[in-house]
Design a protein around this ligand. Structure first.
Ligand SMILES: Cc1cc2nc3c(=O)[nH]c(=O)nc-3n(C[C@H](O)[C@H](O)[C@H](O)COP(=O)(O)OP(=O)(O)OC[C@H]3O[C@@H](n4cnc5c(N)ncnc54)[C@H](O)[C@@H]3O)c2cc1C
Length: 497
């Protein structure tokens, strides 16, 4: 290709890359976005994987944002439901919908409004998540542990630890007893290391304003529903979910980009940049076994920094930091079944009276899976006949090439099926079909060489026309809306230059 002085090359068609391309086009800039994407579809970690009429996200993705601009983009491509969905009708739920919107039974480009139910299974008991200070919690914990939990919480209120790591951060907000019961071993399962090794930055970023105090206040305020309070993201009661999964949104955004002059080159993997002293000149990528090259004005990366650095000329110590950045890899084992045993203990009506949670956190001592995901509660349109069948997944965290990661599909399906039986979700005899998805670098992690990441950023800044965006692009554990904001900000910076 020849040099085009109005081109922005974006590596990665995840939410951040799509949002950047969208913004350049929407604001009628002079820049043509070209996205290089490794996969054959948009959406990145937020994509939906389909198997005929069934669909699962790489871990269910709630659409929730306080950012009006991001909400307006979602609304541009998908319309909020204004009539009951099939499960609402089946259960005769009495729900009020917005006046403006679309009927999900007549249209496909619809965002469903879903109830946010999550819980924790611990010691064979079910706790509401986020943890609530109520009678159920106290009686489940036992009165002695509850008493100690309150004491340790009060202690944490008055004697704050210096927050050197995530463990200090959590104990300061929940007290040592609740930390030991609910967070200590679960954190290790998710991140593969002790909370005392992880930076407290993750806590500040993800649960910065959440504490027991806030959850109590929140429960109190919810008694006064006529007053509108803005809730912490971790405490929301409802969220949006596209009728046909998150990919419905990303496919529409990708169509918009291509129909308006942008390009998305799928099945293409970043190889390297060519550059002079201060600027990137071109990008090389591999497509169908061939190396292709594009020259452009700006280059933006949303791919993991440890992959990007392989294609950048950088000093040895910078490369070492970037190459050893920690990540957590993710495995989703899904089962399509004709029965599901966990029953509903709430007043919210559900199909066949199954439990209403989207996610159940598995905090049993011996459990290897981290979370149970019940797709029927995300969208009844993604599970075939929603009255008869269940699409249930177990989420596992692993490190590339550890025992779990390297397990054959058959073996990990067997392991997951046994866990489903053990925790009384369904019996292996109920399984109609199953699948395994492995996703590398799903969680950017906050320990080890992460503490030196600033040197990598400083070095890469020397390329004046290179930007990093998104979750793995900036090594920040962010949500879809934050990733999109990141892309949009860089689009604006490019347009303003
Ligand atoms: C289990 C799980 C649950 C989550 N739940 C939620 C939720 O409920 N709500 C929410 O808002 N967010 C959630 N998230 C976060 C959400 O997935 C991310 O915030 C979002 O996908 C980040 O978008 P991104 O564009 O920054 O990166 P990504 O989605 O990672 O996109 C990067 C893109 O780059 C491509 N790529 C990678 N390497 C290369 C290469 N070498 N060459 C070319 N292309 C490449 C990838 O294929 C991908 O398409 C969840 C994440 C996980 C893992």
């Amino acid at each position: 290709m020849t040099r085009d002085n109005k081109t922005v090359v974006i590596i990665g068609a995840g939410p951040s890359g799509l949002a950047l391309a969208y913004e350049l086009i929407k604001k009628k800039s002079n820049y043509v976005p070209i996205i290089i994407e490794k996969l054959d579809c948009p959406g990145g970690l937020s994509r939906t994987v389909y198997d005929g009429e069934l669909g699962v996200d790489i871990g269910g993705h709630r659409l929730f944002t306080k950012n009006q601009y991001i909400q307006s983009i979602w609304n541009e491509f998908l319309t909020v439901q204004n009539a009951p969905s099939i499960d609402d009708i089946y259960c005769e739920r009495n729900i009020k919908y917005p006046i403006l919107g679309k009927d999900p039974n007549k249209y496909d480009d619809v965002m469903l409004i879903r109830k946010r139910y999550s819980s924790i299974i611990h010691n064979n008991m079910s706790f509401q998540y986020p943890i609530k200070l109520n009678l159920d919690t106290f009686s489940n914990l036992g009165y002695k542990t509850s008493f100690l939990a309150v004491l340790s919480y009060v202690k944490a209120l008055f004697f704050k630890r210096k927050e050197k790591n995530l463990e200090d951060f959590m104990i300061n907000r929940f007290g040592k007893v609740l930390y030991d019961v609910f967070f200590k071993s679960y954190t290790k399962k998710v991140w593969g290391v002790d909370a005392s090794v992880l930076s407290s930055e993750w806590g500040h970023q993800r649960i910065r304003k959440l504490s027991l105090f806030k959850t109590v206040i929140n429960a109190f305020l919810s008694c006064f529903k006529f007053l509108k309070f803005q809730k912490e993201t971790s405490l929301i009661d409802e969220f949006y979910y596209p009728k046909y999964g998150c990919s419905a949104l990303w496919n529409k955004m990708a169509d918009y980009i291509v129909q308006n002059g942008g390009q998305i080159i799928y099945n293409s993997e970043f190889l390297e940049f060519s550059h002079n002293q201060n600027n990137i000149l071109s990008i090389k990528y591999k497509k169908s076994g061939k190396t292709e090259e594009i020259f452009a004005n700006y280059f933006v990366s949303s791919i993991p920094i440890s992959d990007l650095i392989k294609g950048v000329d950088a000093p040895y110590d910078i490369k070492q930091i970037a190459l050893t950045l920690p990540y957590r890899d993710y495995i989703l084992v899904s089962f399509y079944t004709n029965d599901f045993y966990l029953k509903n203990k709430t007043e919210f009506k559900t199909v066949n009276n199954i439990t209403p949670e989207c996610w159940i956190y598995l905090q049993e001592k011996d459990a290897i899976a981290s979370r149970i995901q019940i797709m029927n509660n995300w969208s009844p349109y993604l599970v075939g006949d929603f009255r008869k069948y269940y699409l249930v997944s177990l989420e596992y965290f692993a490190n590339e090439h550890d025992e779990l990661w390297d397990m054959s599909d058959d073996k990990i399906k067997k392991l997951a099926a046994n866990e489903c039986q053990k925790y009384n979700l369904f019996s292996p005899a109920n399984i109609i079909k199953s699948s395994v998805i492995r996703e590398k670098k799903a969680y950017p992690s906050y320990f080890g060489s992460y503490f030196n990441i600033k040197y990598v950023f400083e070095y890469l800044k020397k390329y004046k026309n290179l930007f990093l965006i998104g979750r793995n692009g900036t090594h920040q554990y962010n949500n879809m809306d934050e990733a999109m904001v990141c892309g949009i900000n860089i689009a604006r910076e490019i347009m303003n230059r």
